[in-house]
Design a protein around this ligand. Structure first.
Ligand SMILES: Nc1ncnc2c1ncn2[C@@H]1O[C@H](COP(=O)(O)OP(=O)(O)O)[C@@H](O)[C@H]1O
Ligand SMILES: [Mg+2]
Length: 240
């Protein structure tokens, strides 16, 4: 099926060759619908980062199929020629540390990506301001990153992940440095944004505070994914 969201089938990734080869992904199947936030959990060394890097077109898989949005991006080989444009336009990344640019105010930190994608500056800043409204960050729009709390910085990083309206967001331990309340706030925001923009979101996490919030979880062990039902603990969603 070619639909929206994320579709991964029989994905494999081998590092190296011969006796020292590592089969980091042996068989990964995954399906994330637009508007859905799924958890990706698994022990250290199980292949989580490798999977995110393949999906994010940072490294090349060895075999399998990946569809992002309505585009087959990989089918036993890349199906797109411009991987940089693919990363920029189709995928939002949110990391454990927000990695904001210290000498740009938070609006420009977010507006930079659409500017790089060729949007006029005024439109890029307008998009940033709209996201700040959604994220209750309007009053901080002119602040420098160093003036923000950890939770506020992470909201800026979320705005940056969303600003090009990618069909897919990959979040790697986005709540690790946050206390329980802020971690849950980040997850609530991701759920709200997923619904509002029909984004498919994968959250890699070890964080016991947020694992009960997922409705579906992919557990990866030794390079193989197993789908599990999560507790799907309810959230008050701002956007229906
Ligand atoms: N660049 C690499 N070269 C060789 N082996 C690697 C490389 N990156 C990861 N691996 C191996 O692939 C497996 C999966 O690693 P990784 O995807 O980082 O797991 P996780 O993120 O779940 O901890 C591990 O055995 C790891 O040692
Ligand atoms: Mg990792």
């Amino acid at each position: 099926m070619v639909g929206k969201g994320i579709h991964i089938e029989g994905l494999k990734k081998r590092y190296g060759s011969g006796d020292t080869a590592v089969e980091a992904l042996k068989n990964v199947d995954m399906e994330v619908a637009p508007g859905e936030v799924v958890g990706l959990i698994g022990p250290s060394g199980s292949g989580k980062s490798t999977l995110l890097k393949c999906l994010g077109a940072v490294i090349e898989p060895t075999a399998g199929r990946m569809i992002l949005g309505d585009e087959v991006i990989y089918n036993n080989g890349w199906k797109v020629t411009d991987l940089r444009a693919l990363r920029r336009d189709k995928i939002g990344f949110i990391f454990q540390a927000p990695y904001l640019i210290p000498f740009l105010d938070v609006t420009d930190n977010v507006a930079l990506l659409p500017m790089l994608a060729g949007k006029p500056n005024a439109e890029a800043r307008q998009r940033a301001r709209e996201l700040f409204k959604d994220l209750d960050m309007e009053h901080r729009a002119k602040a420098m990153p160093s003036q923000l709390s950890g939770g506020e910085q992470q909201r800026v990083a979320i705005a940056r992940g969303l600003v090009n309206r990618p069909p897919v967001i990959l979040a790697d331990e986005p709540t690790a440095p946050l206390d329980s309340e802020r971690a849950l706030a980040v997850i609530r925001i991701l759920n709200d944004m997923a619904r509002k923009f029909e984004t498919a979101i994968i959250v890699v996490t070890h964080d016991e505070k947020i694992i009960p919030t997922f409705k579906r979880i992919y557990n990866i062990r030794d390079g193989v994914t197993y789908e599990e039902a999560g507790e799907g603990r309810d959230f008050e969603l701002k956007y229906k």
